[in-house]
Design a protein around this ligand. Structure first.
Ligand code: NAD
Length: 423
């Protein structure tokens, strides 16, 4: 089994691909999935690696490595985000791509799974450098993406501007085509409600879990790791529901205010200074200290493997909502279960982004736009429907919510693959 050593913490982690296969195997065992289907569904359909020469602002030439992994398209075109991060690896993208297959199936969207990544330090690149890199990447993969093939979307360190460059470059090469990406600016065919869709979707799951567990949202507290797209909009919508968001962290620091943070003011502070550190409405603490705080909801919304053995022992939350992809190292899950900390899994919790991406794709194909109210009410319906399917499956099969979610997704994909005669 491939393992990574995290030098800061001195023990083993599973990368995204190993984590995804770990969960897949457990669910496949429970489903008694036959060997051929397992072999077919575990591995990606297509793996693309590209080397991208980009002239930097100082005139030097830098060669970047980029990937696009198309995991499975039995239920529809491949769909998944594009990540810019210095540590992106082929294996991480393989895992992230497979999670998209399970997510789209669980949410009953007529789409498959994919993911892209470019190893780059996006935070320290100029806008011009990012644009040139994005256009080079689009040129390199243009024959493998498209509205009926593979539709990228934003992920870590990519946003609506990056999607606009992809759409423009693709359209130059292959004719005007807004449906080639989702998460675009509204004026280029983006959907109302896409920007905050992942965060909004997360809060619908939190709200439902709270109701099922006898909690009033106005009496709850939340701690959130990460204040990017997902973390901020989750914090924002939870606050609007009356939940007290008491602590938030980013890579530099954490901030704590037990009376509840003013999340909009905190976000403004982060935009102005680059970090949550030093926010006047709260006490600044170490980034990792947020895991030890007493709270109802712990919401990791940054990167994979945020929760590992050393910080899992400190967790006092009732429940973890996995807003990021793969934030809980699978090797840590048994100890959390022993402590009675529930985990609501990523492929359910953070699926609001791909749900509204699906709505955006549909609007582009129909050339007909929806109102924000329509997007939001359809999103809520889809999220709550999936939540109830997972809860019911976990009860009837006597398995964790994660295994229940995987079982539902694998059943759908394997049924489509068999019916199509795809293997
Ligand atoms: P983003 O780049 O907008 O934000 C990431 C945030 O995490 C940043 O604030 C960064 O400072 C913080 N962070 C990184 N490492 C950290 C650490 N060790 N401690 C504390 N904070 C840390 O990315 P995003 O789009 O918000 O994505 C976050 C996660 O959600 C990823 O796992 C992504 O795959 C997943 N996700 C995103 C979407 C989407 O629509 N953007 C949809 C589904 C899932």
């Amino acid at each position: 089994m491939a393992e990574k050593i995290n030098n800061d913490r001195h023990y083993r982690l599973l990368d995204c691909y190993e984590a995804s296969k770990h969960h897949f195997e457990r669910a496949a065992n429970k489903l008694k999935l036959n060997r051929q289907l397992r072999d077919w569904l575990r591995i990606p359909f297509r793996e693309i690696a590209v080397h991208l020469p980009v002239v930097m602002d100082d005139g030097s030439l830098h060669i970047f490595e980029g990937y696009r992994i198309q995991h499975n398209n039995a239920r529809g075109p491949h769909k998944g985000g594009l990540r810019y991060h210095p540590e992106v690896s082929m294996d991480d993208v393989r895992g992230l791509a497979s999670w998209m297959t399970w997510k789209t199936a669980l949410l009953n969207l007529p789409l498959g799974g994919a993911k892209g990544g470019i190893a780059c330090d996006a935070k320290n690149m100029s806008r011009g450098e990012l644009e040139r890199l994005t256009r080079k990447y689009t040129q390199a993969i243009s024959v493998d993406i498209g509205p009926n093939q593979d539709i990228p979307a934003p992920d870590v360190n990519t946003d609506e501007n990056v999607m606009a460059w992809i759409m423009d470059e693709y359209s130059k090469l292959r004719g005007y085509e807004p449906a080639v990406v989702t998460g675009k600016p509204i004026e280029l065919g983006g959907s109302p409600g896409r920007k905050d869709a992942t965060g909004r979707g997360i809060t619908y799951i939190v709200e439902q879990w709270a109701a099922d567990n006898g909690l009033e949202m106005t009496e709850t507290t939340a701690v959130i790791q990460g204040l990017g797209n997902v973390g901020y909009y989750t914090a924002y919508h939870l606050s609007k529901m009356g939940c007290r968001v008491i602590a938030v962290s980013d890579t530099e620091a954490g901030v704590l205010n037990e009376k509840g943070l003013d999340v909009e003011a905190l976000f403004e502070h982060k935009q102005e200074t680059g970090s949550v550190s030093g926010f006047s409405g709260a006490k600044t603490i170490e980034s990792d200290d947020i895991f030890a705080l007493e709270c109802d909801f712990l919401i990791p919304a940054a990167l994979e493997n945020a929760i590992m053995k050393d910080n899992a022992v400190k967790i006092k939350a009732r429940v973890i909502f996995e807003a990021a992809n793969g934030p809980t190292c699978p090797l840590t899950e048994p100890s959390l279960a022993e402590k009675g900390v529930a985990i609501v899994p990523d492929i359910l919790v953070n699926s609001g982004g791909v749900v509204v991406s699906y709505f955006e794709w549909v609007q582009n194909l129909q050339q007909f736009s929806w109102s924000e109210e329509q997007v939001d009410s359809e999103l809520r319906k889809r999220m709550q429907g999936a939540y109830h399917r997972v809860i019911d499956k976990a009860k009837t099969e006597n398995v964790s919510l994660r295994i229940a979610a995987y079982m539902l997704a694998i059943e759908k994909v394997s049924s489509a693959a068999q019916t199509r005669g795809a293997y």
